[in-house]
Write a protein that binds this ligand. Structure first.
Ligand code: HEM
Length: 181
């Protein structure tokens, strides 16, 4: 997983919980290199999983809630780092529809070793409901949930999002509904 995903996580933990918690989390999770990550480097995603698990034990917040909050935070960071990936879209649905076939494709051109999830999408005939099937062997479902809510907030469209496990156990189905204005 790209170093930027780690450095942003550490920055969110520091802002929300303070440097002492960052230090304890790094110590308890026994990640190598004392938790030093270069944003351009690549590291095993298991190190992020270990840190989130340790943080959950320290602050008493469930892992999925922490990953969800991190997704919201990360979206804002990605949007400010890569504004060119947002300018093509004029609505949240248009943007979300482009994550799999455009944004993550471009990400792979910059970082050939990126580990990216797959999203299959469907939009209802009336254009008010979108389903996104998230699949990844890394199972960052809650992170995906936070990222997509970050995108919806960015475009400022009133929507509701629900999530359920996919039957095969390899991801989640997100249902995004536009709510009446
Ligand atoms: C500006 C928009 C976006 C950019 C530039 C972007 C870029 C990236 C990058 C660089 C990674 C890390 C890959 C790695 O570490 O190897 C990543 C992972 C990921 N992205 Fe995106 N992304 C964007 C939007 C989104 C959105 C809106 C979603 C959700 C709908 C999403 C879902 C994910 C997930 C869940 C991962 C973690 C890897 C996994 O689940 O296997 N991304 N993305």
């Amino acid at each position: 997983m790209k170093g930027m995903i780690f450095t942003e996580f550490l920055s969110m933990v520091e802002t929300r919980f303070g440097l002492d918690v960052v230090d304890r989390m790094i110590e308890d999770s026994r990640v190598p290199r004392a938790g030093a990550y270069a944003s351009t480097g690549t590291y095993p995603h298991e190190e992020l999983v270990a840190m989130v698990g340790a943080l959950s034990r320290i602050v008493g917040v469930p892992v999925p809630d922490l990953l969800h909050a991190y997704g919201r935070h990360l979206f804002d960071k990605l949007a400010s780092t890569f504004p060119q990936y947002l300018s093509h879209a004029s609505s949240a649905f248009e943007f979300l529809a482009s994550v799999d076939g455009y944004i993550h494709v471009e990400v792979r051109k910059i970082y050939p070793d990126a580990e990216l999830p797959r999203f299959a999408r469907h939009v209802s005939d009336d254009g008010r409901t979108m389903t996104l099937e998230y699949r990844s062997p890394r199972r960052f479902d809650a992170l995906a949930h936070g990222l997509l809510e970050g995108a919806l907030a960015h475009f400022g469209e009133p929507t509701t999002v629900s999530r359920q496990e996919l039957p095969g156990g390899d991801g989640s189905l997100f249902v995004i509904r536009k709510t009446a204005r």
